[in-house]
Ligand binder design. Structure first.
Ligand code: IPM
Ligand code: MG
Length: 376
C-alpha cells in the first residue's frame, strides 16, 4: 500500500533575490520528499514587480487561483527600487502582497526571533543581552491602519488613514498567540498604545476576556514605545508578543536586528483560505542574481510550512540541518565575509543534510567539509 501523502505548494518567488532563495527552499522540499513519505507538487505564480512587467498587475488572478487550490503558499520577496521613490506610482509591487493577504485572509503573521550563539558578534547589541533570546511575534495582518479607510484630499493638502479593529479580528489572532504561549514558556505580552488609542483599549479588553481560558499563561501588557526600548534592552524577557498590524510591522523589523542577520528569519502568515510562508528579508535588489543572498530564512520558512502541514519530523530535520551548517561556521558573505559560500551551495548542503539520516550525516561530515573546503 502506498502511504505517500501528496501536498501542493504554490510557489511565488517574486522579485529581487526572491527567485534565488525560493529555489533553495524547493531543494529542501524535494529532500523532504526523498526522506519522508510526502510528495510535493508545485504550481508557480507571478507576484510583485515581475507580475506587473509580465502581466500588468502585481497580483494576477491566476496567481491567486494557484494559491487558493494549494495546501500552502511559499513566497519569496517583493519590491523593486523602480517604484520606491515615486509616490505617484499608481501600481506598486507591494499592492500584490497586501492584496494577497486580504484575499487569502492571512490574518496572523508569525515571526520567530532567535539568536544563534555563533552569530552573536554580528548583532549591534552586546552578546550578554542577546544570549538565549527566543521569542515570537504575532502580528495582526489584515486589519488596522493598513486596511482602514484612507484618502488624500483633492487639493493634495491633507490625507488620512484610519485604524479600526473588530473584536472578532483581535480574538482569532489572540487565541493563536495564547495557544503558542502554552507550547512555549507560557508568557504572552500584548503590545499596544492603550494610553492613547481606542483600538488599543479594545485589544486589551478582548485579550483580558480570553485570559481566564488560559490560566497557565502569564499575560502582561506593554505600550509600544516601551516595547521598542525593551526589545533592545532586555530581549530575553519576551516569549510571545501579540500586537496589531502597524506596531507589528515596526517591531518585527527592530527585532530582526537582534540576530545579526535578516537572512535568518522566517515567517508564517496563517490564513482563512490558505497559509503562506516567507523569509522576512525583502527583495534586496542589489544582491539579485549574484548568488550571495542567504537562503536560510527561506529554508526556515519552508520548515514552518511543512510543520503547518503536520510534518513535524521533517520540520525538525530542516531546522537541525540549518543549525548544523551555522555551527560549522558556514554561511553567505554577510555572516562572514572571509568565507563566502554561494546561496545555491548553502541550499545544496542543507538539502543534502535533510535528505540524509542523522547517523550518515555524522559519518559524512568530513566528506561534506572537504567538499566545501574546496570552495573556499
Ligand atoms: C512586511 C513588509 C510589508 C508590510 C510591506 C512590503 C508592504 O514591510 O511584510 O513587514 O508593511 O507589511
Ligand atoms: Mg515590514
Amino acid at each position: 500500500m502506498n502511504m505517500t501523502s501528496k501536498k501542493k505548494i504554490a510557489l511565488l518567488p517574486g522579485d529581487g533575490i526572491g527567485p534565488e532563495v525560493s529555489a533553495q527552499a524547493v531543494k529542501v522540499f524535494d529532500a523532504i520528499s526523498d526522506r519522508f513519505d510526502t510528495y510535493f507538487e508545485y504550481c508557480h505564480g507571478d507576484v510583485g514587480a515581475v507580475a506587473i512587467e509580465r502581466q500588468g498587475a502585481p497580483l494576477p488572478e491566476e496567481t491567486l487561483d494557484a494559491c487558493r487550490c494549494a495546501d500552502a503558499v511559499f513566497f519569496g520577496a517583493i519590491g523593486d527600487p523602480k517604484y520606491d521613490n515615486n509616490p505617484k506610482a499608481k501600481v506598486r509591487p507591494e499592492q500584490g502582497l497586501l492584496k494577497l493577504r486580504q484575499e487569502l485572509g492571512l490574518y496572523a503573521n508569525i515571526r520567530p526571533v532567535k539568536t544563534y550563539e555563533r552569530l552573536l558578534h554580528l548583532s549591534p547589541l552586546k552578546a550578554n543581552r542577546l544570549q538565549g533570546t527566543d521569542f515570537v511575534i504575532f502580528r495582526e495582518l489584515t486589519g488596522g491602519i493598513y486596511f482602514g479607510d484612507k484618502a488624500t484630499a483633492q487639493d493634495g493638502q491633507s490625507a488620512y488613514d484610519t485604524c479600526s479593529y473588530k473584536a472578532s479580528e483581535i480574538e482569532r489572532i489572540a487565541k493563536l498567540a495564547f495557544e503558542e504561549a502554552l507550547r512555549r514558556r507560557r508568557k504572552l505580552t500584548l503590545v499596544d498604545k492603550a494610553n492613547v488609542m481606542e483600538t488599543s483599549r479594545l485589544w486589551r479588553s478582548v485579550v483580558q476576556d480570553l485570559a481566564p481560558a488560559y490560566p497557565e499563561v502569564a499575560l502582561d501588557f506593554m505600550y509600544v514605545d516601551v516595547a521598542a526600548m525593551q526589545l533592545i534592552q532586555h530581549p530575553k524577557q519576551f516569549d510571545v508578543m501579540l500586537t496589531s498590524n502597524m506596531f507589528g510591522d515596526i517591531l518585527s523589523d527592530e527585532a530582526s536586528v537582534l540576530t545579526g542577520s535578516m537572512g535568518l528569519l522566517p515567517s508564517a502568515s496563517i490564513g482563512i483560505s490558505a497559509s503562506m510562508f516567507e523569509p522576512i528579508h525583502g527583495s534586496y535588489p542589489q544582491a539579485a542574481g549574484q548568488d550571495i543572498a542567504n537562503p536560510m530564512a527561506a529554508i526556515l520558512s519552508a520548515a514552518m510550512l511543512v510543520e503547518h502541514l503536520g510534518l513535524q519530523e521533517a520540520a525538525t530535520a530542516v531546522r537541525a540541518s540549518v543549525q548544523h551548517v551555522l555551527e560549522k561556521g558556514i554561511g553567505t558573505p554577510e555572516l562572514d565575509p572571509a568565507i563566502a559560500y554561494g546561496c545555491s551551495q548553502i541550499g545544496d548542503l542543507i538539502a543534502h543534510l535533510v535528505a540524509e539520516p542523522e547517523e550518515e550525516v555524522l559519518v559524512r561530515e568530513e566528506k561534506i567539509s572537504q567538499r566545501l573546503s574546496t570552495i573556499i
